[in-house]
Design a protein around this ligand. Structure first.
Ligand code: FDA
Length: 307
């Protein structure tokens, strides 16, 4: 219930301005967001790299409502890629197609993605297309495949699959056959029971099933979860199958389970942290609250303390 409520709130554009202006909410969001500027993000990236962690930078923004904003977001991503290269940071980028203008026009979105992929290819870097709600799943895979047809390789652009969708088993098999680089996550949106498993234990079971397929047959899959039981399962599975830790990476969100992040690095696993930055943190923050009701208590407590 609470999860549904926060996912619904995350989509309320009218609340965004109100919450974003609130100083205390802003401070609470900083647990999950590197800061407002690229410079803030680079500082966090430097710290993560020093601790042996890689990163993927997300310039916050989604469901862009005009072409100017979409072009500006694309320009920022090109700047991010150039900055990563200049400063020799260990990071790639993650972006959302609704930020690149897919709701406005396919051609606009494609033009933006081509510009970003060109920049990434120039530096030998990588662009991950995040997966949004199920309304966008097919569109996202179609656009990804169009980029591949236009010559961008699997080490330049990759996608995300959500274990909560029934269709994901088929998508994973197709993407494995295409040699795609896939990030596997559980899924962060509110979906109807006719498209997604409503029960968490079924999502977890499907995650493990898809993860095993990707670990055996996928191209450098990214296992994106903070679920310790699943992470332990992945480690055991790879040991048994003699899949070396260089063949895949774990991924986690900035600010979540830092203890587990440090432990994985100590144990010699590749770990990439998803680092968001920018002022459009409202929907991202709301989804993080949706994932864990305890975060709401944490937020309320810090708001009370600061009164
Ligand atoms: P689960 O929700 O079962 O949590 C396991 C444990 O992790 C919890 O018990 C708790 O300890 C900790 N935890 C999880 N979420 C927390 C939170 N918000 N605050 C504090 N602790 C928390 N989704 C999507 O739909 N499209 C996408 O493109 C992506 N991309 C993406 C990239 C990366 C790198 C990650 C790690 C995740 C995503 N996600 C995503 C989000 C994903 O779908 C999912 O919502 C979250 O990862 C939470 O699920 P877990 O796998 O962590 O498991």
């Amino acid at each position: 219930m609470l999860r549904q409520l926060f996912v619904w709130l995350s989509e309320r554009k009218d609340l965004q301005a109100f919450v974003t202006r609130n100083r205390l909410a802003h401070r609470a969001a900083r647990r999950f967001v590197a800061g407002d500027t690229l410079e803030d993000a680079c500082r966090v990236l430097g710290e993560l790299n020093t601790q042996g962690m890689l990163a993927t930078l997300d310039f916050l923004g989604e469901r862009t409502t005009n072409p100017t904003e979409a072009h500006a977001a694309a320009a920022m991503y090109r700047r991010v890629l150039a900055t990563i290269a200049q400063r020799r940071l260990g990071a790639n980028v993650s972006l959302k197609l609704t930020q690149m203008g897919i709701d406005l026009s396919w051609d606009l979105c494609m033009e933006n993605m081509v510009g970003i992929c060109d920049e990434a290819a120039q530096y030998g870097n990588f662009v991950r297309i995040d997966m949004e709600s199920s309304h966008y799943t097919q569109m996202t895979l179609d656009l990804y495949r169009e980029l591949r047809r236009r010559g961008y390789g699997p080490d330049t652009v990759g996608v995300v699959i959500q274990a909560y969708l029934y269709r994901s088993e088929r998508d994973v098999e197709d993407l494995i056959a295409e040699g795609a680089r896939v990030r596997l996550c559980k899924g962060a949106y509110a979906e109807a029971p006719d498209v997604a498993y409503p029960r968490k234990r079924d999502v977890d079971r499907n995650f493990v099933r898809l993860m095993e397929r990707l670990l055996v047959a996928g191209r450098y899959p990214a296992i994106a979860t903070h679920d310790e039981a699943i992470i332990n399962h992945a480690k055991r599975f790879c040991r048994q199958r003699e899949i070396p830790p260089t063949r895949y990476e774990f991924q986690m969100l900035y600010g979540i389970r830092r203890d587990l992040q440090r432990r994985l690095v100590r144990e010699g696993y590749n770990l990439r942290i998803y680092v968001p930055f920018g002022t459009e943190w409202y929907p991202y923050f709301m989804r993080r609250l949706a994932e864990r009701p305890a975060n709401v208590g944490f937020l309320l407590l810090s708001l009370l303390r600061e009164r």
